[in-house]
Ligand binder design. Structure first.
Ligand code: AVJ
Length: 320
């Protein structure tokens, strides 16, 4: 990546101090938990890219199929000279479809917590879209982040939030995030968002527990990262991956289950695990159309258009 990328990159990612504090707070809670945003170090981001190619993990290919089928309509509602802001841009694969379809986009602002992933993605995008102003921001998009001003003022701002990452947030946090997005785009702005839909339990649990064990590696990598970066002493072989559907909460839960009674020390503090006790490492909420409309409504958004696949497994929605 060019020096200018390194220089211009607005680095607002969580510090090691934030990571340590969040892990200690989470492991001190009655129900131990760690934020799923910490999955995405370089190793975790690489493993997530592999998950996206798994047969069992339907969201990525279903969303891409919807985007391919309806891209002209999606580009039309976005409008010309738009600034596209993408929180959690990752490898920006889906974004290429959108950017290629837009009329003279004013700028693309990828917001990504993993610095390495962001710079790699930006380097590739600069090659594919040499005329497009790309303004990368390395930050945790759930807290306030600054949007760089493009040289040519945008006609409007549109947040692009694919992948159903909104499902990683508990309802109250999802509303807060949707409010931040509303504030970022202003009255004339829009939101294009991927929303994973409720479906049969077997399909859902398989999508988070693939037979090749890639999702297990992705989940367990969180413990390796804590050892690597925070000096933890997790014996990862004493933990196992579990993914289960919680129908009452309408979410898939990923757990890191302690197979034995054990103590783990991180940054001078010791955390006790009973045999069978687990860390809640991710929630992935699945919605009905109505449930998402209500949730978005609480943040001031109105659903204007919904595109879905023939099985109604996934949806891409446009809101204003
Ligand atoms: C990228 C957060 C949408 O919740 O489905 C994939 C992450 N976790 N497999 C999801 C994930 C396990 C994914 N999101």
């Amino acid at each position: 990546m060019s020096v200018s990328d390194e220089q211009e990159l607005q680095d607002q990612q969580p510090t090691k101090k934030d990571f340590m504090a969040d892990v200690k707070d989470g492991l001190s809670a009655k129900q131990k938990w760690i934020s799923s945003m910490y999955f995405y170090d370089a190793e975790g981001s690489m493993l997530f890219d592999r998950i996206c190619e798994l047969t069992e993990y339907y969201p990525t290919r279903t969303e891409l199929q919807i985007l391919n089928e309806h891209m002209d309509d999606i580009a039309a509602v976005t409008g010309p000279q738009a600034m596209v802001i993408e929180p959690g841009s990752g490898s920006s694969l889906k974004t290429r479809r959108l950017l290629a379809a837009l009329r003279e986009p004013a700028a693309y602002v990828p917001v990504e917590i993993s610095r390495e992933h962001l710079l790699d993605a930006v380097q590739g995008l600069r090659q594919d879209f040499p005329a497009l102003p790309i303004l990368p921001v390395c930050a945790d998009f759930t807290s306030e982040f600054d949007i760089p001003e493009p040289e040519t003022a945008e006609k409007r701002r549109v947040v692009y939030f694919p992948g159903s990452t909104i499902g990683n947030f508990d309802p109250a946090d999802a509303v807060d995030l949707l409010k931040i997005m509303k504030k970022k785009v202003g009255r004339e702005g829009g939101l294009i968002i991927g929303v994973d839909l409720r479906k049969d339990r077997v399909t859902l649990e398989k999508a988070y527990n693939d037979r090749d064990g890639i999702t297990a590696l992705f989940n367990l990598n969180l413990l390796h990262r804590i050892n690597r970066e925070l000096g933890g002493n997790f014996d990862v072989s004493n933990f196992s991956h579990r993914a289960e559907w919680n129908d009452e909460e309408s979410r898939i839960e990923m757990h890191l289950v302690s197979e034995i009674e054990q103590d783990v020390t991180i940054g001078g503090d010791t955390f006790h695990f009973d045999k069978g006790e687990y860390i809640l490492s991710e929630c992935s909420y699945k919605f009905t159309f109505r449930a998402f409309e209500e949730l978005a409504g609480k943040a001031g958004w109105t659903v204007k258009q919904v595109w879905t696949d023939n099985r109604e497994w996934f949806s891409v929605q446009y809101l204003e």
